[in-house]
Ligand binder design. Structure first.
Ligand code: AMP
Ligand code: ZN
Ligand code: ZN
Length: 316
């Protein structure tokens, strides 16, 4: 292994990215991340300068890095931390919230962070909501995802944000893509995209500006910029399928650097070239209770989750 030097300034203390055949010093790495983010945002028409962006921040490296990048690029971006109440025996939500608050106070004091307390509003934590569904712990991740999507959309609408940004990285997106391909989930494949437009029925536009960065790149960006972040995984994610998919992709990546990026970008290209035909989605209507879009008659999946036990059993 030869000594790697920064391609821009020849410094010899570098972040070496075999997946891009590129080595950069810290200064040039940060510049590179921000420039690539700006061009990815532009290419996929994620935000305009007058957009009001709500960044969903979990306290982890991806979403805090994302928030910093958007502010550095000059966008109007406020944060939203959702306290899901995953605290029994671990203080996971409490600790994650502290990282989000610390970032907001110390790194960008002018940025606003909204904190949403799910149990305070609905009388139940997400683990309590999930425990009422058959499948218990295994179902936790789908209930948690449902609650997060519903609540970030509700807050964005209520507070007048025009687009929601999440910190999903390339490892996340490649794993989701891999899972969808394994099961040929055509509808999910059609919808998987770095940007989802508003649907005119109250679903706010959503964007994933970091979808082209490897997890180790967002981690390096956070560390170089002194962002302290939650390193523990959610206790419910242990054994989750997504982690196994990531392991398989990582072992392929190790043997052949660039595999993940190629897998994801080839998919986006194939979609652009109409390899996947867009099928009509089932007609959406407004939920009778909360007004958000749903394909189900009556109440949306989130509102059914909150119905008294025994009233509704099925979930779409
Ligand atoms: P995850 O689903 O945990 O992999 O997180 C994916 C993205 O969802 C993160 O990068 C955040 O943008 C967002 N997110 C996850 N958990 C929370 C949370 N508790 N509050 C706000 N945003 C979150
Ligand atoms: Zn350099
Ligand atoms: Zn509803």
């Amino acid at each position: 292994m030869g000594v790697h030097r920064c391609r821009m300034c020849a410094a010899d203390s570098v972040i070496n990215m075999r997946q891009h055949r590129l080595a950069l010093c810290e200064v040039h790495f940060v510049e590179w991340v921000e420039k690539l983010s700006a061009s990815f945002i532009k290419k996929h028409r994620m935000f305009e300068p007058d957009d009001r962006i709500l960044v969903a921040v979990s306290g982890g490296k991806d979403s805090l890095s994302l928030w910093r990048i958007l502010l550095k690029l000059g966008f109007q971006a406020d944060g939203l931390y959702m306290d899901l109440g995953v605290d029994a025996g671990c203080s996971y939500s409490k600790n994650s919230c502290e990282y989000a608050e610390k970032f907001a106070q110390s790194i960008f004091p002018e940025a606003k962070l909204h904190v949403l307390d799910v149990a305070g509003i609905y009388g139940k934590t997400v683990p309590e909501m999930a425990s009422r569904r058959k499948g218990g712990k295994k179902k936790f991740c789908s209930v948690c995802g449902l609650v997060k999507r519903h609540e970030m959309n509700r807050i964005a609408r209520e507070l007048g944000y025009t687009v929601i940004a999440t910190g999903h990285n390339l490892d996340d997106e490649a794993a989701v893509l891999f899972g969808n391909v394994l099961h040929w989930e055509a509808e999910y494949l059609v919808r998987q995209s770095p940007v989802l437009p508003a649907d005119g029925l109250g679903l706010v536009k959503r964007a994933k500006p970091l979808a082209r960065f490897y997890e180790r790149e967002t981690a390096a960006y956070a560390i170089i910029n002194n962002i302290e972040y939650m390193q523990e995984e959610c206790p419910f994610s242990v054994g989750a399928t997504s982690l196994r998919l990531k392991e398989v992709l990582n072992s392929m990546e190790n043997g052949s650097p660039g595999t993940k990026l190629n897998f994801y970008f080839s998919f986006l290209r194939a979609k652009k070239n109409s390899l996947l035909l867009v099928r009509e989605r089932p007609e959406l209507r407004s939920c009778e209770k909360c007004g958000q879009a749903t394909g189900a008659p009556g109440l949306c999946a989130f509102c059914r989750l909150l119905e008294p036990a025994g009233v509704h059993h099925s979930f779409s």
